[in-house]
Design a protein around this ligand. Structure first.
Ligand code: HGY
Ligand code: MN
Ligand code: MN
Length: 411
């Protein structure tokens, strides 16, 4: 069995992980920042060195195309590999990057082994998968899959009041309309980012589905007042109401049998002073559940609770939904190929659900798609402690290689 060049891939991951480190050494390459540009430039260089042609679409998605017989493949749907290289704030080094760099490594390995695919192979690095700076998340793959127009995406205003289209132009990644054919399949290698594979000591995850996500921005307006002189019963405390909402969400997730997870990841008070009762609290809610009906029920329960809180706490509450993705089921045939490739390589494998949002969930709406997971040590991710063992990286990339060879050389 052919193998990827593990040292080369690990070196690529290490090189990319060193890009976008802030003063205190924190890795942050949020979409369309200078740090993201530096990461993009590096990946484009490595793609070119691997003999790939680079295409950038209007929302900055990067496509490295390897086509060994372009004249024969004019109407042939490509196989697409890839993921994202933008990060959250103070991020780990594998999330997304593994899928893009392993895709490039698969192309190099096929070239070195004289394998001639029957179609182009495209490695994608999608824009703004994390959605930290611009919502919605998975924006680049959403536009590629036709779920959002490029014009609408380019007009999105970020949390820092910048406009995505202007920032992409500023960093030199405002490309042209994409002329790629819809892929015949999309395979994404990704770290699990959760505890299951590591806890069960299983080497490969064959990801068969992915949970739904709803993001809200909630604004609570109370009454700014003096922290010392205002009696408790006279307070309309926006900060307290925000805390009650967070506790409400946690209690819902702790209900027996609930598979919902909820996170208040950002929160700001106005005027944000130690001796002033907050007049305003602005925060985000990230709600997820693998079942669409349950996710809708959770959204309804939250809406009802906000109405109730307006009465009890004498505050006004607005909730704006900024991102919504339904759960997705991946292609059974590709999932079985992942399981069979793992068996052939003597690697333990189990089916699983992706708890994280992924570009694959958008690609699954236009072509057969599945994901390969490798273990995250301790289940830690979106954190500089994120770690996946070298051998697990190599195992995952070899499975990606096997699927790519299988799909592009079947007669
Ligand atoms: O938020 C997520 O689940 C992914 O990391 N974008
Ligand atoms: Mn990711
Ligand atoms: Mn992520």
């Amino acid at each position: 069995m052919i193998q990827i060049n593990g040292k080369r891939l690990i070196d690529d991951i290490d090189r990319l992980s060193g890009i976008g480190l802030g003063e205190e050494g924190k890795r942050t390459r949020t979409a369309a920042t200078d740090a993201d540009k530096a990461g993009r430039d590096a990946v484009c260089t490595w793609m070119r060195e691997a003999g790939m042609q680079i295409t950038i679409d209007r929302v900055g998605n990067i496509f490295g195309v390897w086509d060994c017989a372009p004249e024969d493949h004019v109407d042939t749907a490509p196989l697409m590999l890839g993921s994202h290289i933008d990060t959250v704030i103070n991020a780990g080094k594998y999330d997304g990057c593994l899928g893009v760099l392993a895709g490039i490594e698969v192309v190099r390995t096929m070239q070195e082994n004289g394998i001639t695919p029957d179609r182009p192979i495209v490695v994608a690095a999608f824009t703004n998968e994390e959605g930290v700076r611009y919502a919605p998340d998975m924006l680049g793959s959403l536009v590629f899959a036709g779920g959002m127009s490029a014009d609408e995406a380019l007009a999105v205003r970020g949390i820092d009041n910048t406009v995505l289209g202007e920032e992409l132009a500023r960093i030199g990644y405002a490309g042209k309309p994409c002329d790629l054919l819809t892929p015949c399949a999309f395979i994404e290698l990704h770290i699990e980012q959760g505890p299951i594979l590591y806890r069960e000591n299983i080497r490969i995850g064959a990801v068969e589905d992915l949970q739904g996500i709803a993001w809200y921005e909630i604004t609570v307006t109370g009454h700014q007042n003096h922290a010392g002189t205002t009696p408790t019963h006279m307070r309309c405390d926006a900060g307290l109401a925000a805390a009650k909402i967070n506790i409400f969400l946690r209690k819902h997730c702790e209900m027996a049998g609930s598979r919902t997870v909820a996170t208040v990841g950002t929160c700001s008070f106005e005027p944000n002073a130690v001796n002033v009762i907050p007049g305003k609290a602005i925060f985000t809610v990230d709600l997820r559940n693998p079942d669409e009906a349950c996710l809708q029920a959770e959204e309804q329960a939250l809406t009802d609770y906000l109405k109730e809180l307006e009465q009890t706490d004498q505050v006004r509450i607005t909730a704006r939904r900024v991102s919504r993705f339904e759960p997705v089921v991946f292609d059974q045939g590709i999932v079985e190929k992942i399981e069979s490739a793992a068996r052939s390589r003597g690697l333990s494998c189990r089916r699983m659900t992706s708890g994280a949002g992924q570009d694959a969930q958008n690609l699954a709406t236009i072509c057969p798609t599945a994901m390969i997971f490798v273990p995250s040590v301790g289940g830690i991710s979106h954190d500089p402690e994120e770690y996946t063992r070298d051998q697990d990286i190599i195992n995952g990339a070899n499975i990606l290689l096997d699927i790519a060879v299988d799909i592009t050389t079947r007669r």
